[in-house]
Write a new protein. Structure first.
Lengths: 381, 441
């Protein structure tokens, strides 16, 4: 207790002594100088005018800016150098960027465009309620997604329940209430209640054996009739001897019919046997392996030198003849291309022939082969 | 009985008609893929019809075969594989014998010498697969000294008939022959046949020479020489040896000359002070016209085959790129657009492509592009591949390749336009900066 009193007294004494000697200025000097900001009070209308007005440029500074010198050369035709620099390539490809890989991100990923919703997507279209009435949807002719929804015909009004809001007629004056009251329905035990519907179940004896469907079919087929009923015989024609005079007519009729059939045969195109995809691929591959297009690929625009040739092939797959189809009379580089195609066919023939499916072309076949020399080029790119 | 006969006759007529009307089914099939491989070619030794032609008949056959095989488009069926001999020039070959050895093309020929010493070479070309001649037989006549040229002519004709393109075997190459160590290389102007034969030196080693170019007439050569101290352009006629300096101006340096297609003008780079621009010089008046006026270095101009445009290299845009401008000067349009720098552009004789040197990622390439800069295709890659020149038919490029290291040296190579068949051209010394002449007339 005395100690605290002593400390307190000493501190107060020291404070009094310090106050008498120099005050408390040392304490205030350690604080930073306060900032002084001039504040001008303006009215709201004046503030609006100041904030909306264009900034006033210091005219004196503009006057001090030197005007660019306009050389006499720019007034006349541009020099060769400037003309070259105005080409698109020079502008697009700066010297520093010449060796750099082109940045194509700007081409591949355009800036975020503004999204303009023309029509809701299909997913956003709400499914109609089950009880919604069906109505005719107008055809949008291939522009369904872009068609605004408002183009759809508005649904017709739903059938509202018919409630007669008019007051019922008063009962007649002599009407009396039924004295016999109907019994009340209660949940008491023994009361008759309607049974809940249950799923039909097979009889117990039917579920003792599970028969797979396949086996069931066998059993079913076992009950099928073993022999089909013989169709009824056609009635036998009566042979009536033709008179001698009529025989000539028949002969003429037969001749006429035959002639007609012959003409019809000549005018009707023959039944065309065809090759399957794999069969065509095999033939194309056999010929392709012998096709040397080295004399074509070095030509300028060699992709143009496509030739079609006709190859008559025997039933055994041997080449009987080769002739140009397109162009019919090849010349120049087309002649080179035709010769290469012809050699490919002839070499394929020498190596074993054209692999025709056995027995498919008893009269041989005419193959029209189309040779397209387009192929890749090699390089260090 | 008559009725039966009538009916039978009618049936026969019907069957006959049906048989006559029967057509084979027509089925169309696309053939794709194919191979790119040399055509097997048999050139049995030409028949010596006279005793004086015996030695030359074998040499001529060899040169023809060498010419054709060097293109990469043909493969020799060696003589040891032949099972048939050609003993009569006018007899039909037994094609089955050549078919067995897988020959697809067969060349037969005969050589004779007349009483006047003139040499006669005749040949026939056959398609073995089709067992048909390709064109008619051809006969050339000349002096015995010109037997190589006659062989080249035969090879040109065969090449043309099989590929559809004009041949280039009867042509010459002018180049810089280099000898000595790398730091003291001595350079001479030299000319030879396209296959390295008939080498001639046109200058001595007293002055450095650069960039020789043939005139369209294949007899005049223009090149750059340092014999005056500064690079200057000189004209040289290889027949007469007459030589002249193109411009009297000895203060400005001139480099990279090239003839116009009609041979009346020369375009070149002239270094005027610190600026290098392209000038055109009329060979008759020796008057020069400035075609470019840029702050960059414009150099290595080359005319289009029709003489209407010039392609050149310039660094006006920063890096060295290729530009095309009208032959009279004017606005130049940059055509190279890939990464790297481009130089030494040369317009194809066909007019459809431009060959160039490209430097990218420390590697040199010889490449080609269309005249609008599209479809750039690099054909080679090496430490240094430079200075392409076109064969007369625009099918093959020749250039020089320098190997790395202290002992590195240049050699001339050729490559097909498609990038195939890269071959070294034999020269007796190191060789650089080739220029291919047109077909010698």
């Amino acid at each position: 207790m005395q100690t605290g009193t002593l400390i307190s007294g000493a501190m107060h004494g020291a404070l009094l002594v310090a106050t008498m000697l120099g005050g408390l200025d040392w304490w205030q000097e350690s604080l930073p100088e306060p900032r002084i900001t001039k504040v001008t009070l303006v009215r709201a209308a004046e503030l609006d005018v100041q904030s909306s007005a264009a900034p006033q440029a210091p005219m004196a500074a503009i006057d001090q800016i030197a005007q660019p010198e306009i050389s006499a050369e720019s007034a006349v035709a541009p020099s060769l150098e400037s003309a070259v620099n105005q080409t698109e390539i020079d502008i697009a490809d700066s010297p520093d960027a010449a060796d750099a890989s082109p940045d194509v991100t700007g081409l591949l990923l355009p800036d975020d465009p503004e999204v303009i919703v023309v029509a809701p997507t299909v997913d956003n279209i709400e499914a109609p309620a089950e009880d919604a009435p069906e109505f005719f949807q107008p055809a949008l002719e291939g522009n369904e997604l872009n068609a605004p929804v408002s183009m759809s015909a508005p649904p017709p009004p739903r059938n509202a329940p018919r409630i007669d809001t008019t007051a019922a007629a008063k009962p007649p004056e002599d009407a009396q209430a039924n004295a016999q009251a109907a019994p009340e329905v209660t949940d008491e035990p023994g009361a008759q209640t309607e049974a809940a519907p249950q799923e039909a179940s097979a009889p117990e004896e039917a579920t003792t054996e599970i028969t797979p469907e396949g086996q069931r079919e066998v059993e079913i087929s076992a009950f099928a009739p073993q022999n089909a009923a013989r169709p009824p015989r056609r009635p036998r024609r009566l042979s009536v001897p033709a008179p001698a005079a009529a025989q000539q007519d028949i002969s003429d009729a037969v001749s006429a019919a035959l002639q007609e059939a012959q003409e019809a045969t000549q005018s009707t195109p023959p039944v065309v046997a065809d090759l399957s995809g794999p069969e065509r691929a095999v033939i194309g591959d056999v010929v392709s392996q012998k096709w040397n297009k080295s004399n074509i690929t070095g030509q300028e625009g060699f992709e143009r030198f496509v030739v079609r040739i006709a190859v008559e092939v025997s039933p055994a797959g041997r080449v009987e003849s080769v002739s140009p189809l397109e162009p019919a009379n090849p010349s120049g580089i087309f002649e080179i291309a035709y010769r290469a195609a012809r050699s490919a066919v002839l070499q394929a023939d020498r190596a074993g022939g054209i692999p025709l499916p056995e027995g498919k072309f008893p009269d041989g076949v005419r193959l029209v082969l189309r040779f397209d020399p387009a192929s890749g080029e090699i390089g260090f790119n | 009985m008559n009725h039966f006969k009538t009916l039978l006759g009618a049936m026969l007529v019907l069957l006959a008609g049906m048989a006559g009307a029967q057509e084979r089914p027509t089925i169309e099939i696309d053939v794709s893929g194919g191979n790119i491989e040399p055509v097997p070619l048999a050139v049995p030794q030409f028949i010596a019809e006279t005793s004086g032609a015996r030695r030359l008949s074998g040499d001529i056959s060899s040169v023809i075969l060498s010419d054709l095989v060097s293109t990469g488009l043909f493969r020799e069926i060696p003589g040891t594989a032949h099972i048939a001999a050609i003993n009569n020039f006018n007899a039909q070959p037994l094609f089955s014998d050549w078919s067995v050895v897988n020959a697809q093309a067969l060349v037969t020929g005969a050589v004779s010498t007349g009483s006047d010493g003139r040499l006669v070479v005749k040949f026939r070309l056959f398609d073995v697969d089709a067992q048909l001649p390709i064109g008619d037989g051809v006969q050339y006549a000349g002096t015995q000294e010109s037997w190589r040229r006659m062989a080249h002519k035969v090879a040109d004709t065969i090449y043309s008939r099989i590929t559809g393109e004009s041949g280039y075997f009867d042509s010459r190459i002018v180049f810089i022959s280099e000898t000595g160590p790398k730091n003291d290389r001595r350079k001479r102007l030299a000319v030879m046949d396209y296959d390295g034969a008939n080498l001639q030196y046109l200058t001595d080693e007293s002055a450095i020479v650069l960039a020789p170019r043939f005139a369209p007439n294949t007899r005049d050569i223009i090149y750059t020489s340092y014999e005056t101290g500064l690079p200057q352009v000189f004209l040289l006629n290889i027949d007469t040896g007459r030589r002249s300096q193109l411009l009297d101006d000895t203060t400005n340096m001139a480099t990279a000359p090239r003839f116009s297609p009609d041979g009346t003008k020369v375009v070149m780079s002239i270094i005027d002070g610190s600026n290098t621009d392209i000038y055109q010089v009329d060979l008759n008046s020796r008057r020069r016209t400035r075609l470019t006026n840029s702050g960059g270095i414009d150099t290595t101009p080359s005319f289009s085959p029709d003489g209407s445009r010039i392609v050149f290299a310039s660094d006006r845009g920063g890096s060295q790129q290729l530009y095309v401008m009208p032959a009279s000067g004017g606005e130049a349009r940059r055509i190279s657009s890939g990464g790297g720098s481009y130089g030494t552009p040369v317009w194809s004789p066909r007019g459809d492509m431009i060959a160039f040197t490209k430097i990218r990622s420390g590697r040199f390439h010889i490449g080609v592009m269309r005249v609008d800069g599209s479809r750039e295709n690099l054909l080679t890659a090496s430490f240094i591949d430079e200075a392409p020149t076109w064969s007369p038919n625009g099918r093959v490029l020749m250039f020089f390749r320098e190997t790395a290291g202290a002992n590195g040296a240049p050699q001339i190579y050729s490559v097909d336009l498609t990038g195939r068949n890269l071959r070294r051209v034999d020269t007796p010394s190191f060789a650089s900066d080739p220029d291919w002449s047109g077909v010698v007339r």
